[in-house]
Ligand binder design. Sequence first.
Ligand code: ZN
Length: 646
Amino acid sequence: MKGLVAYLVGIALFYSALIQGQINHVGLTKELAASESRLKSIQEFILDEESPSQSTIHLEAYWKLSPAQRFIDGYVKHTFLYDASKGSNIRLLLSDELEVDSVLSSAGISLNFNHNENKLEVDLLQFADGELIQVEIYYHGEPPSSGFGSFEINQSPYGRSYIYTLSEPYGSGDWWPCPVYRNSKIDSIDVFIETPSGMLAAGNGLLQSIDSSGVSWIHHWKHKYRIAPYLISTVVGDYFVRSDTVNLREASLPILDYVYPEENSIWEETDPRFPPMIQFVDSLLLPYPFSNEKYGHAQFPWSGGMEHQTMSSMRNPDETLKIHELAHQWFGNLVTCGSWSDIWLNEGFATYLTAVYFERFRPDEFEKWKKDQKEFILSIPGGSIYVSDTNSVTDIFSGRLSYSKAAMVLHMLRNQIGDVAFFNALRNYLTEFSSDGFAKTVDFVYIVESACSCDLQQFFQNWIFEQGHALVSVNWSQNLDVLEFELTQSTSVNSSDLKILKLPVLLQSDLGDSLIHIDLTESTQTFKMNVDFICTDIIIDPKNDVLVESRKNHVLSADISDDYLLYPNPSSTDVYLISKSGLELPKKVSVYDGNGKLQGEFEVSTDGRVRLENNFSWSQSVSWLVFIIDNKRFSLPYLKNKQTSF
Ligand SMILES: [Zn+2]
């Protein structure tokens, strides 16, 4: 039941206008990139590359939290099968700002531990290799504030305080003892959050219970799917809970939104757009990955959104934010990028899925999205999608490269191999790597090549690993019915190879436009074609589908006079020859067909009327009227009007 008293009408109207109006796609992409980038310490990067420690198969956490105080008090219990080959300890990340009170085994025995340099190492020497072990860590303290805030207290616009967490990529250790190794997922979690009575805590998975019998409330959230540590999250504060269900392919899925009480009406207004959104992605890709549980949004006082598993955090119910974080449930959460160099496998896909959603539901917005993204990407000549320097957070979460360019390259890939192969590849990628939970760029390349049975090494080399975009110059001319154009390619970055392009080219004419696709593989290629129209212009990439900057350095115009005009043109019978610049009219004209063969000569009246005979046998639809005035030759294209000819 979603019917609620609408208030804060002004704000509701503002958001309504925002949602109905045009979207600033680039601005939103930049905000998303900024919101999802978190500062990482050098030490954390080093840990990123380390060999794995023990793999937690189940995590139980108990956190006592209140928005009134920046403080955490509780425990975390790691359950794992002891693998002695990974060392005689379990290594975890935990900020030195937090104090460890004790570490216990499941039998209640104190375990030796060492906590410094933001790492916690617990001694496992007393256990046997292969043994199922539970290590329970009790700790408390004031979590540090790193990056944009892995653990924060902030106020909503209405003055209420909220705790929220934002751990990507390594902020988890700021507030709980988490695995050091990036590429390990936890099979399932049980999280208990103790809050002041009356306050709510949102979390991953399903809410099992709220124990409101004591002075505090204890909220139990359970998530039974594999989860990367940085996707474990909670928010605590005054919330209004909105609930609904949506029918998906394999489940009737609960939708659960924790929203500011003051903004409930805004959510109510935008909610109807969400079921078609999740149904679309669910049907396009694999079924929603966490279909036995729920999906939801937790509103939090921070600009942007974050794809916490089954419960995305976001500042407001913005349509683009919603679809972006929803797409991450597949690309990012079900299958996570295997290293920070491959971040585009998370961000580029979530960004492109947003565009595909617009293409389906709001085609005009899709066209605008492509135009905006292309302008943004081409505004700077360099930069590769693959991140070579993962010490640079700016590089990893580059809005222009990891988000926008990656999304446009996916769009180009789709045009290169076709919709069927492209979307099959996306589904195959998710299927293939969902069990491991991680994938790298080479994995995706392999999947796509298998789906299209084609060699895409050069495409990915051009567009993912190398920098820059394509520059294409066009020269063109038309001689009667032969249209000839020459395309010359270079790149915006000298060191890059020429780009492999499937280039859309629009041939404009008075009879209408023709779109052709050219496979551009050489630095210079010449094309000749017979046409039955007079080409008036050639437009490279008319619908912004390719990362190409086009230049018409020199247009070789056809031998067409600007001094005279034929009207009407096309025509089926007679036409008038009009002098545009005051030159005299000829007494007669010669007519040639498209092959340059003389068809006849015709008188011109003093009023310019050219008496073309109705029974004249036109061999081609394009003809030329040629005449000479003062020893100067003038040519005018004449088009036979097919509709009215007889
Ligand atoms: Zn994202």
